[in-house]
Structures are given as structure tokens and as C-alpha cells.
Design a protein around this ligand. Structure first.
Ligand code: ADP
Ligand code: GN1
Ligand code: MG
Length: 356
């Protein structure tokens, strides 16, 4: 569905055009021509409840704004600011059922699509750690579950098996090796679930999508400015945030690199992130959380690869693709990374122990 973006922006009282911006797999992001606002079309296939999503974002950003105000900090830079429509609503629902929202554009920042050096990743870890710390006491009951069982790996596994059984695209026969890679690792799926159940890993308010390009870094200082992409802020485990950052950031290649010899887990980057995250969070972490940090990197990479493979078998219904077999390439890439992390688990444990 294509929209006239100027018409959409008028709904927010903004008289301007806009063009594509950013690299997300789910939503469509645009920057207004005057450089002042970010416009986003939210993927209604993924986020079925616009009120639920926007309510979470409004509550969390309000909470952060108040905290930042008290600290005398720049709350228009360090948290997202939602711009209402002229009717006073936080989003605009189109006749086609899509919804758009607008944020203030946070200027003089950069986002990285890969880790360029260890310092970038260390700074990202501090930013994600601080975000987690800042919302630690946010009342979780105010949050809607915007995507049910988002990081429940067991449920993801069950859904994966359904995708294979249904085989909607007819592609399952061609990916037997990859399916086997997943089923051989079924035992991973319940490790964090069990720890949550037995309360050795506490439920916290977590971000749940801590890719490197979801933190804006200051152009001059390189330090984290603002954690963005708050659609999946929900109760979850700190292990999801830690693991997902490492999934993306320790990969020595892009997430969709097809030359798998380039895909390895950088222990240097693992250490940089661990150092930063532990500096901020170690004093609030339980023994079990610390113990599971290295495994969480494997788990989140495995889960993401399984989701890419399921979507390939479903016929590419969830993640945006820009070439044939894109989701299969992404899945193979993640599985190579899982394999490499499995080999490096002892070294990863040593690094965590160094910073505990
Ligand atoms: P997606 O859910 O599709 O990943 P994001 O919310 O992460 O969408 O936005 C995509 C990209 O747009 C980000 O990686 C970032 O570069 C940029 N971006 C998003 N919001 C802002 C903002 N308020 N200020 C500056 N840049 C932003
Ligand atoms: C999606 O929206 P984006 O590109 O930041 C996905 C994440 C995956 C990631 C893989 C809502 O993140 O869960 O880890 O792609 N977001 C959603 O790159 O499903
Ligand atoms: Mg994003």
C-alpha cells in the first residue's frame, strides 16, 4: 500500500514531504524534508493493537522524561517524544488499517548497522544498560504485551514446527539441513523459561529488540544518546536484551551475509559489550542471570535464526525481504553464528567471570 506522505503528515499538523530512512525489518521509517520529524508506518501485520503499542510508548517515555527532568538532563534528546495528530491522538489510522506515528527527530546522532570497533559496542552496552536501569522501577502492570510470547523460545519452537508441518510455501523439503539444526537444539528453548519459573531469573521491564541500530549515538562523542524502537518494551528477561545485542553486534558480518566463512562471533566485541553492560548492571543482577549471560547470546541467535527460517517456510510473511531467499540467507547466517558461539562458550564464560 503506498501513501502520499505529505497528506499523512498533515494529519499531524506538519506541512512537509518525507523520504525513506533507516534499515528496520518491520516498520517503514521516513525523515521529513525539514529534518525535524521521524514518520513511521507501523506494520499492522506484526502489531495488531495500535492503542496497546502507543500506550506502552507513551507511558515509558513519560516515565523517562520525568526521571531525566529531575536529573536536569535533556529529555528531548535522551528519550523519544511522540507528536500527536491534530485530533490529539498519538497515531493516525488510515482507511486501509495501517497506522502512522511521528516522533521528534533526534539530530546529530548516528546509528550503526555493524559494529565498527569495540568502543562503539561498549558505548551501546552502556546505553542499553542505562535504559534498563532507568525503567527498572516502571510499573510493569501498565504495559500491554504488544507481541505475545515474543521471546518465549519454547513457543517460538512450537510455532516453527507448525510452519514446517503446514509448509505453506512448499520450501520445507529444500531446507531439511536447517530444520535439523533447529530440532537438534530443542533443549535450548526452555532454559530461560525454567529459570523465570523458578524465579532465579526475575521478570523485568525490558526492551526486547536491542539491535545496535536501535540506539542513537552522539556524532561527536560516540556515546549513546537515546534508545529507540520501543514497540516491544514489555516484561521480559535481561537475558533477552543482553543476548540479542550480542547476536547482532558480535557477528563479524552483516546479518544477511551469504559468505558464511565471514560469519563468526568476535570475542573482542563480546568482551566490549559485556564490560559495558556489567559496569552498569552487575550490581542488580542475580547469580543465575550472570551465569546465563553467555548462553543468552546463543539462545537469542538461535531464536532469531529459527524465526527467519519459519518465515522463509511460511512464504516471507513477517520480515521485509529485498531479494529471493533473503530470510533463508539470514537463517543460515544466524545458525553459523550459533555454531561458532557454541565453540566459544568456554571463552565467553571466562570473559563474563572477569567482569562479575
Ligand atoms: P524499525 O522498527 O523498523 O527498526 P526504528 O524505530 O528502529 O524502526 O527506526 C529505524 C531507524 O530510523 C533507526 O535505526 C534510526 O536510525 C532512525 N530513527 C528512528 N527514530 C529516530 C529518531 N527519533 N531520531 C533520529 N533517528 C531515528
Ligand atoms: C526485527 O524491527 P527491527 O528490524 O529492529 C524484529 C526483531 C529481530 C530483528 C532481526 C518486532 O527488528 O525481533 O530480532 O528484526 N522485530 C520484531 O534483525 O519482530
Ligand atoms: Mg529498529
Amino acid at each position: 500500500m503506498s501513501y502520499n506522505l505529505s497528506d499523512v503528515l498533515l494529519k499531524f499538523g506538519i506541512n512537509c514531504g518525507a523520504s525513506s530512512y533507516g534499515n528496520g525489518h518491520i516498520n517503514d521509517t521516513y525523515l521529513t524534508d525539514d529534518g525535524k520529524y521521524i514518520l513511521q508506518r507501523i506494520n499492522g501485520n506484526v502489531f495488531k493493537d495500535p492503542d496497546g503499542v502507543m500506550n506502552n510508548i507513551l507511558e515509558v517515555t513519560k516515565y523517562m522524561r520525568e526521571a531525566l527532568k529531575k536529573l536536569g538532563r535533556d529529555y528531548e534528546r535522551e528519550t523519544m517524544t511522540v507528536i500527536n495528530t491534530v485530533d490529539g491522538k498519538p497515531y493516525y489510522l488510515t482507511d486501509q488499517g495501517d497506522f502512522f506515528r511521528v516522533y521528534l527527530f533526534i539530530s546529530d546522532t548516528v546509528t550503526y548497522q555493524t559494529v565498527e570497533n569495540a568502543e562503539v559496542f561498549y558505548n551501546a552496552a552502556i546505553a542499553f544498560g542505562n535504559f534498563q536501569k532507568m525503567i527498572a522501577d516502571f510499573p510493569a502492570h501498565k504495559l500491554n504485551e504488544t507481541i505475545k510470547d515474543f521471546h518465549n523460545t519454547k513457543v517460538r519452537y512450537e510455532n516453527f514446527k507448525k510452519s514446517v508441518e503446514q509448509n505453506k510455501s512448499g520450501r520445507a523439503e529444500q531446507v531439511k539441513e536447517e530444520i535439523k539444526f533447529v530440532t537438534e537444539r530443542e533443549h535450548y528453548c526452555d532454559v530461560v523459561n525454567e529459570a523465570i519459573k523458578e524465579k532465579t531469573v526475575p521478570l523485568r521491564v525490558t526492551h526486547n529488540d536491542t539491535k545496535l541500530n536501535n540506539v542513537l549515538m552522539d556524532k561527536k562523542t560516540g556515546k549513546g544518546v537515546c534508545v529507540i524502537d520501543l514497540d516491544t518494551v514489555m516484561p521480559g528477561s535481561l537475558l533477552y536484551d543482553f543476548g540479542d545485542s550480542l547476536r547482532f553486534g558480535t557477528n563479524t558480518a552483516r546479518e544477511d551475509e551469504v559468505d558464511l566463512s565471514k560469519v563468526t562471533c568476535s570475542l573482542e566485541y563480546f568482551e566490549a559489550f559485556t564490560k559495558g553492560f556489567m559496569e552498569v548492571m552487575a550490581d542488580t543482577m542475580t547469580e543465575k542471570e550472570i551465569e546465563l549471560l553467555p548462553f543468552s547470546a546463543i539462545l537469542m541467535t538461535f531464536e532469531c535464526g529459527m524465526r527467519f527460517l519459519a518465515d522463509h517456510i511460511d512464504g516471507d510473511k513477517y520480515f521485509k525481504i529485498s531479494r529471493p531467499n533473503h530470510n533463508l540467507d539470514r537463517a543460515r547466517n544466524q545458525f553459523k553464528l550459533v555454531y561458532d558461539m557454541e565453540q566459544k562458550l568456554p571463552q565467553m564464560k571466562k570473559i563474563v567471570n572477569k567482569y562479575r
